[in-house]
Write a protein of this length. Structure first.
Length: 238
């Protein structure tokens, strides 16, 4: 099991494939994604990598954050996330990952925070039909109606669909196909929509329900390897 990546959602566009078919894609920006800490079974009881992405000013960091990043000898990060990995996929602290970690054609699971829509009624939040427009109904057309029974049980059951906060929840969109990868720009183009608003942070990892392609780099796609592999190719073209 490999680690994932922390990316920033830039927005949606479209790409035309070799057959001229229009493919709607979401662009994800990966920049400065480094290993901040390593969790081991001996010390923590499980194996995982803690990644950080996005440059953050030192004055904006709390004192514990400064010590945490100073211990790893990496620049302060805006967003930090942890990924469970297998023992053969552990990386060194400070290693920087690249978009070549994913290959075109493979499937990924993208997790993020949905758009917050504030406090909403039951018609918008749960698609309730509402009450009748006429026949004695006045003022309360968009109300939920009855929410319980009489003396028995004499209460409203838990998890009853009612008005409340809508959106702003952690959600995962599974099985999104990677259409293209642009190492020179640090971009990943995935087919379809991704949770969150423009500029929000998302985590991208190998799809759980799909097989990992054989040409996927193991243990991970590191930036140092990507630059060293692209340099001879550029020299040959020159």
């Amino acid at each position: 099991m490999r680690t994932g990546l922390i990316a920033q959602k830039l927005g949606m566009t479209r790409i035309f494939d070799a057959n001229g078919k229009h493919v709607p894609v979401t662009l994800l920006k990966v920049e400065g994604c480094q290993v901040v800490a390593v969790q081991t079974k001996e010390k923590n009881g499980y194996t995982a990598l803690q990644l950080g992405a996005g440059a953050k000013k030192v004055k904006s960091c709390t004192k514990p954050e400064r010590g945490h990043f100073a211990k790893a000898k990496v620049e302060p990060k805006v967003h930090v996330s942890e990924f469970r990995v297998s023992d053969d996929s552990v990386l060194e602290v400070g290693a920087e990952l690249c978009v070549t970690h994913f290959v075109p054609g493979q499937f990924v699971d993208v997790s993020g925070v949905t758009l917050g829509k504030g406090f909403q009624g039951v018609m918008k939040r749960w698609n309730f039909a509402g009450l009748r427009a006429t026949h004695g109904v006045s003022v309360s057309h968009r109300t939920p109606g009855s929410t319980g029974q009489r003396q028995s049980p004499g209460r409203v059951f838990k998890n009853k669909k009612m008005a409340g906060q809508m959106g702003n929840k952690n959600r995962t969109v599974p099985n999104l196909r990677v259409v293209a990868v642009y190492p020179e720009k640090g971009l990943i183009a995935v087919e379809g929509a991704v949770t969150g608003h423009k500029g929000s942070w998302v985590t991208v990892r190998d799809a759980i329900k799909k097989k990992l392609p054989k040409d996927a780099p193991k243990p991970a796609g590191l930036k140092s390897k990507a630059t060293s592999e692209s340099a001879p190719a550029e020299a040959a073209q020159a």
